[in-house]
Design a protein around this ligand. Structure first.
Ligand SMILES: *Cc1c(COP(=O)(O)O)cnc(C)c1O
Length: 225
């Protein structure tokens, strides 16, 4: 019952144009089912195998988001059902997703992950690398992926101004790409995925339209994931 109440309270404060991805990593099937019963359909996981296991037993109208760092050799296990892959951080990975999507006759929606945090440990592409990817002729030849936007994670810090600055830089870059690059079949930017339980309010203020929220809905995780 707690999850349902959390979700209802959470959604009340969200404007309609903001999508909520409920991050269910490490949480049991019963928790996801409870959120589903409360109307939630978008769920995020950060490990491919865990997402596959959950996909197999849960209702098929759930939209699954892969939000974690991707191991290229595991993309094939989710290619038949994943709805949006947030953490694409190399051109090689994008090409692998395209290849696996093709086998299933699908077009998989992807976000490129930009590195906006100061920490060295965070994954992601620089803005220059993103520009190079979308400008390349090889990118234009990919027919089984669709780039629908960008994802970013802010630094893990109490410094709200720092977080705001990082999100702002991604929003400015996102807008610049939309302005400068004409839409094509595989480049249709509309989604800016930024914001988690601790910083989603800042992210929304800075222009996020998709937030990924775990602990504020499902409660704290028992172990680091
Ligand atoms: C775990 C995770 C989240 C959700 O984190 P919470 O702090 O529990 O809201 C969001 N995005 C990514 C990439 C994650 O790995």
């Amino acid at each position: 019952m707690l999850i349902k109440q959390n979700l209802i309270n959470f959604k009340k404060q969200l404007k309609k144009n903001i999508s909520l991805v409920a991050v269910s990593k490490t949480k049991p099937i019963s928790d996801i089912q409870e959120a589903y019963n409360a109307g939630q359909r978008n769920f995020g996981e950060n490990k491919i195998q865990e997402m596959v296991n959950k996909y197999e037993v849960l209702p098929k109208d759930i939209q699954w988001h892969m939000i974690g760092h991707l191991q290229r050799n595991k993309v094939k296990y989710m290619a038949h059902f994943v709805n949006l892959i947030h953490g694409v951080d190399s051109f090689k990975t994008l090409k692998e997703i395209d290849k696996q999507a093709k086998k299933h006759n699908r077009v998989i929606n992807c976000l490129l992950q930009a590195r906006i945090a100061q920490e060295e440990t965070k994954f992601g592409l620089t803005f220059e690398e993103i520009e190079q990817i979308v400008a390349s002729s090889e990118f234009q030849s990919l027919k089984n992926i669709k780039l629908v936007g960008l994802m970013g994670m802010a630094s893990f810090t109490e410094d709200k101004e720092q977080i705001a600055k990082e999100f702002d830089s991604l929003k400015v870059f996102f807008d610049k790409l939309i302005t400068n690059k004409p839409l094509t079949l595989n480049f249709q930017f509309s989604t800016l995925s930024m914001g988690m339980s601790d910083d989603y309010q800042i992210a929304i203020k800075k222009g996020s339209n998709m937030i990924r929220v775990g602990s504020a809905i499902f409660g704290a995780r028992n172990y680091i994931a």
